[in-house]
Write a protein that binds this ligand. Structure first.
Ligand SMILES: C[S@@+](CC[C@H](N)C(=O)[O-])C[C@H]1O[C@@H](n2cnc3c(N)ncnc32)[C@H](O)[C@@H]1O
Length: 287
């Protein structure tokens, strides 16, 4: 039986010229690069979306995305398809261990009365919720309920943020999380398959759409912890440096910027020092 009869049509091949045009536009808007290796992913993502809305020509779709309000609406859908959203609770344990060490020091400081954390590129919420569970546990263990804490969670994709705000995860996503945390911070839903983050934790998190390419518009400052992991992997080196420099300036003095291991090389900043902690890539603001 022919593929068409199954409703599975082959992906329309993108020409070199169309690929360059799309790659340049996406990079200018998001920082995300599509090298030749990732060309098939771009091709499949674009053609899947085009098929959904009945367009079979990359140039026609490009015109649509570039045109006015309807183009802006379409861009919101497309950017969600182009970004890699893979994430998990407590992803990369060493980074959380480092945050734990930092928070412990802050809680020991009796003049500390607030903690502000930022998950930049938060995807579907597992990262900011993990940070919230960690801080909540530590505040309880150190009997520092007098401290206010808040988490800012940002991402470029609106659909992804909608999922993050709902805080609903299938049971499989919670595997590996200690039962004590699971039963304390989640409620199992009626369908028995999904678990939802409890509202007292959700209320600690302010979700907002933010493109890291437009950090100059972000009003955030005085952060204790900025967590930005697995977001800049597809950014060019100079863009990574720009973003990381801007993030660093949103830290309070003493605050830490936690990146993914290997995500930036040979980068230094006069206001920062490298935090020496095994299997992590982090910087502390010193001035
Ligand atoms: C692979 S996920 C990482 C999620 C989480 N930080 C983690 O490590 O598990 C990357 C996220 O970065 C977001 N992202 C990509 N480019 C971005 C940009 N220019 N500004 C803000 N977020 C972006 C994507 O939408 C996606 O949700």
């Amino acid at each position: 039986m022919a593929l068409q009869d199954w409703g599975i049509r082959p992906v329309t091949p993108i020409t070199d010229e169309q690929f360059s045009l799309w790659q340049a536009q996406i990079e200018a808007r998001t920082g995300i690069t599509f090298t030749q290796t990732r060309r098939p992913f771009l091709e499949i993502s674009l053609s899947t979306r085009m098929r959904e809305i009945g367009i079979d020509d990359y140039d026609v779709y490009y015109e649509l995305v570039m045109s006015g309000i309807s183009g802006e609406r379409e861009w919101v859908v497309l950017v969600d398809r182009l970004a890699v959203q893979e994430t998990s609770f407590f992803r990369h344990a060493s980074s959380y261990a480092l945050v734990e060490q930092y928070i412990k020091q802050r809680l020991a400081d009796k003049s500390c009365y607030s903690l502000n954390l930022w998950s930049a590129g938060c995807s579907t919420g597992e990262e900011p919720y993990s940070l919230a569970f960690l801080v909540e546990e530590m505040i309880t263990n150190h009997q520092r309920q007098d401290i206010f804490y808040g988490i800012t969670a940002t991402d470029i994709s609106f659909p992804t943020l909608t999922k993050a705000k709902q805080g609903i995860y299938i049971e499989r996503k919670l595997q590996g999380m200690p039962d004590a945390l699971k039963f304390k911070y989640f409620t199992q839903l009626g369908n028995k398959r999904d678990w939802q983050v409890n509202s007292d934790i959700k209320n600690r998190i302010a979700f907002a759409q933010l493109n890291l390419m437009e950090l100059d518009k972000a009003p955030f400052a005085d952060m204790d912890v900025i967590f930005c992991q697995n977001v800049l992997i597809y950014f060019r080196r100079f863009r990574k440096r720009d973003v990381v420099t801007q993030l660093a300036m949103r830290l309070r003095i003493g605050g830490i910027l936690v990146l993914g291991v290997g995500e930036i090389m040979d980068w230094q900043h006069p206001s920062l020092e490298r935090v020496e902690y095994a299997d992590t890539l982090a910087y502390r603001r010193i001035v």
